[in-house]
Design a protein around this ligand. Structure first.
Ligand SMILES: Cc1cc2nc3c(=O)[nH]c(=O)nc-3n(C[C@H](O)[C@H](O)[C@H](O)COP(=O)(O)OP(=O)(O)OC[C@H]3O[C@@H](n4cnc5c(N)ncnc54)[C@H](O)[C@@H]3O)c2cc1C
Length: 419
């Protein structure tokens, strides 16, 4: 039980305990807290987070870990009250995407251009610092009466009617445990959910840069035979680069001097934004794909990177995770309105069917882009590379890709459909 201040003390049962208060777990918690309260069936929800980021001062330099948030994500974050907590001065709407293969000129008609105006939209989404998304969602959850517990999960056991979690902050029991603890999920491991995983043998190099030419509120992405190089527009006029390269090529890129790296960026971007100056350190992330065979087990559901990890070239990880969070919360709210158990098998089965059928084709498509556009040299790759120019000349196909970029296709949770 929660005490009068609404805090969950160790040993007192909760309805839902979300392990991991990253962007996805924090949003899932806020969704559950607000929706069940509005339905007058408030659940006792808590988040266990090992490493909550410190608040960001409004004039601090922009962090280099950013995400491209889709319209669907914007709607979810708006519904929980997190969107207004992200300072407008730190979020950059982007109106266009320009995607091209290294075999064509960057400003020619063979560049694939997606313009928000084609779909009658003001923009395709926003580039936002990850820590701001996470902090805003956690704050929204707390404002709605939820509790964030600082601690680390060490052991999890599922029983017939509850799950028991041993953590550095004490022992907790709940009717449903949600694993939102990222790619190396301890929840997933503890309950023995198997995964299919493999390394891309690529590393993503991430940094913020100042470019000679303005970014034009455009996300630029060049497919290279050794990977992909993206420039995402940031609110202060700088750009965030995400450069995914084969591991063997990443080692010298990370070791070379700043000015050599800047020259290499100029060359590999085909000077599309002119000279490039590094503003931050280069960070590196080894890239792998991962899909859990099952997204649920008895008294347990996985969401976000704990359930699936995709290549960052399509900027979909947070967006897919927020849709998991919204889908799970929608199913739980419907059930608790009818006084059902939030951890019931029937809810978990429906969640798993829904989200697996959405995620699997997207993960395969992203893999195909990586395999044929970014790497391949065979006939299929040449076909895919020519396909970019063809898509550019076909309005219907373009509109399809824009709807995908906005995150507005597939079977959407209600909250992501409403503007
Ligand atoms: C280079 C790069 C670029 C990307 N760009 C984009 C993009 O443009 N758009 C997009 O949508 N996605 C992007 N992604 C993917 C995105 O970053 C991830 O999909 C997203 O961070 C997943 O969020 P999450 O909340 O599921 O997991 P995480 O962000 O990993 O959060 C997990 C949380 O759980 C906590 N935790 C872990 N273990 C425990 C434990 N045992 N006990 C308690 N707490 C625990 C952690 O501290 C953390 O806060 C990118 C990824 C990379 C590598």
């Amino acid at each position: 039980m929660t005490d009068t201040a609404g805090t969950a003390a160790s040993g007192e049962p909760l309805d839902v305990l979300i392990v991991g208060g990253g962007p996805v777990g924090a949003s899932a918690a806020a969704l559950l807290q607000t929706a069940t309260k509005e339905a007058r069936r408030p659940l006792r929800v808590a988040v266990l987070e090992l490493n909550r980021p410190a608040a960001t001062s409004p004039d601090a330099p922009l962090d280099s870990r950013v995400s491209a948030l889709s319209r669907a994500s914007e709607r979810i974050l708006t519904a929980i009250g997190a969107w207004p907590l992200i300072p407008r001065s730190r979020m950059q709407p982007y109106e266009r995407m320009r995607v091209w293969h290294q075999t064509v000129q960057p400003r020619s008609g063979d560049v694939l251009e997606f313009d928000a105006a084609y779909a009658g939209e003001p923009n395709l989404g926003y580039i936002v610092e990850n820590r701001l998304i996470q902090t805003a969602a956690l704050t929204a959850f707390e404002s709605a009466g939820g509790q964030v517990i600082a601690g680390e999960l060490s052991r999890l056991r599922a029983h017939d009617h509850h799950a028991e979690l041993e953590t550095s902050a004490g022992t907790f029991t709940c009717r449903l445990v949600v694993g939102a603890d990222g790619a190396r999920s301890m929840v997933r491991e503890s309950i023995g959910l198997a995964v299919e995983t493999s390394s891309y043998r690529q590393t993503a190099i991430v940094a913020n840069v100042r470019t000679e030419l303005p970014h034009e509120r455009t996300a630029w992405q060049r497919f290279l035979r050794t990977g992909t190089l993206a420039f995402l527009p940031l609110a202060d006029g700088s750009s965030s680069i995400v450069w995914s390269v084969d591991d063997s090529a990443a080692v010298p890129l990370l070791a070379m001097s700043q000015s050599d790296f800047e020259d290499e960026l100029l060359r590999q971007s085909d000077a599309v934004l002119g000279a490039v100056k590094l503003l931050t350190q280069r960070l590196s992330f080894p890239l792998h794909k991962l899909t859990a065979h099952r997204f649920t087990a008895h008294r347990c559901a996985l969401i976000g990177d704990a359930a699936h990890v995709v290549h960052p070239l399509a900027g979909q990880g947070v967006n897919l995770g927020l849709l998991d969070a919204a889908a799970l919360s929608e199913l739980i709210c419907t059930a608790v309105r009818m006084r059902e158990d939030p951890g019931a098998q029937s809810i978990l089965r429906r969640y798993e069917r829904w989200r697996k059928s959405e995620i699997e084709p997207i993960a395969r498509a992203i893999d195909g882009f990586n395999r044929y556009l970014a790497h391949g040299v065979g006939p299929l790759s040449r076909l895919a590379q020519r396909g970019l120019a063809l898509v550019n000349r076909t309005d219907e196909v373009k509109r399809f890709f824009i709807t995908r970029a906005l995150g507005l296709d597939g079977e959407l949770p209600k909250i992501a459909r409403q503007s």
